[in-house]
Design a protein around this ligand. Structure first.
Ligand SMILES: NC(=O)c1ccc[n+]([C@@H]2O[C@H](COP(=O)([O-])OP(=O)(O)OC[C@H]3O[C@@H](n4cnc5c(N)ncnc54)[C@H](OP(=O)(O)O)[C@@H]3O)[C@@H](O)[C@H]2O)c1
Length: 222
């Protein structure tokens, strides 16, 4: 069943699963990354895009809008930690603010009018950790908090239009990198990327249409 067209920004661990799950659910999916992702399944168009500058994001969004767009999934993001504020470099701060806050802002800036017009859905990936900031990860905490604020602002601006915007806030996602860096943890405690994608699908379904502006905590540990 054709469900519409979805764009996935970022094809890391979660982005790939999102793209595959939405394609399996009947969406036509464009998966965008700085390098064209290989090995994605049927129904997914892999697109190499300049996601490193505001001009590059604008050009990418213009190309995307050559066809109608119903769903926007922003999964690009990065983590940095281990240093106190006085040890944190401006390079780290700028890098995390770019990918966690400014890139999502520019994507919404260019694509929200289309999502509004088509009564579609935008889903972004925040971080549960940023709701209760821990020490030694200021760039991550602050940039994800900015993203949360952008999502809630966008929801206010979409109110009454039939379009929705939400953020999923996972704790620790079950990825090979997290399994390798936390060998003492039981991976079943982590958040399943497949269930995160299914949550996103729910938000895009008729049953999810009344939910907007939510920062949804996803702790895992089932
Ligand atoms: N993994 C976790 O435990 C966890 C926990 C809480 C929240 N999250 C959030 O969940 C989302 C997905 O995480 P993940 O585990 O799938 O991460 P991942 O595998 O590291 O993938 C990150 C994605 O972000 C893109 N990216 C990184 N830096 C970028 C930059 N400067 N400009 C443009 N794109 C950039 C990467 O693009 P390239 O492919 O081009 O490198 C990649 O597609 C992220 O927003 C992350 O912050 C993850």
């Amino acid at each position: 069943m054709e469900r519409g067209r979805a764009a996935v920004f970022g094809t890391g661990q979660l982005g790939r699963v999102m793209a595959e799950r939405f394609a399996a659910a009947g969406y036509s999916v464009a998966a965008l990354s700085r390098t064209a992702p290989a090995g994605l399944g049927a129904g997914i168009e892999a697109v190499a895009a300049d996601l490193s500058t505001p001009e590059g994001v604008e050009a990418t969004c213009r190309r995307l809008l050559e066809e109608p767009l119903d769903v926007l999934l922003v999964t690009a993001g990065a983590y940095a930690g281990g240093r106190r504020i006085e040890e944190t470099s401006s390079e780290e701060l700028e890098r995390l603010f770019w990918v966690n806050a400014r890139l999502p802002f520019y994507v919404l800036h260019h694509l929200l009018p289309e999502i509004r017009a088509r009564q579609g859905s935008a889903i972004l990936i925040g971080a549960l950790g940023a709701l209760a900031p821990k020490a030694r990860q200021v760039s991550y905490n602050a940039s994800k908090a900015a993203l949360h604020s952008i999502v809630q602002t966008a929801a206010q601006e979409l109110q009454g239009t039939g379009a929705t915007v939400n953020a999923l806030l996972p704790l620790t996602v079950d990825t090979p990198a997290n399994r390798a860096s936390m060998p003492q943890r039981d991976p079943r405690e982590f958040v399943s990327p497949e269930r995160l994608a299914d949550l996103a699908l729910f938000l895009c379904s008729p049953a999810g249409r009344d939910v907007s502006g939510a920062l949804i905590p996803v702790r895992g540990g089932a």
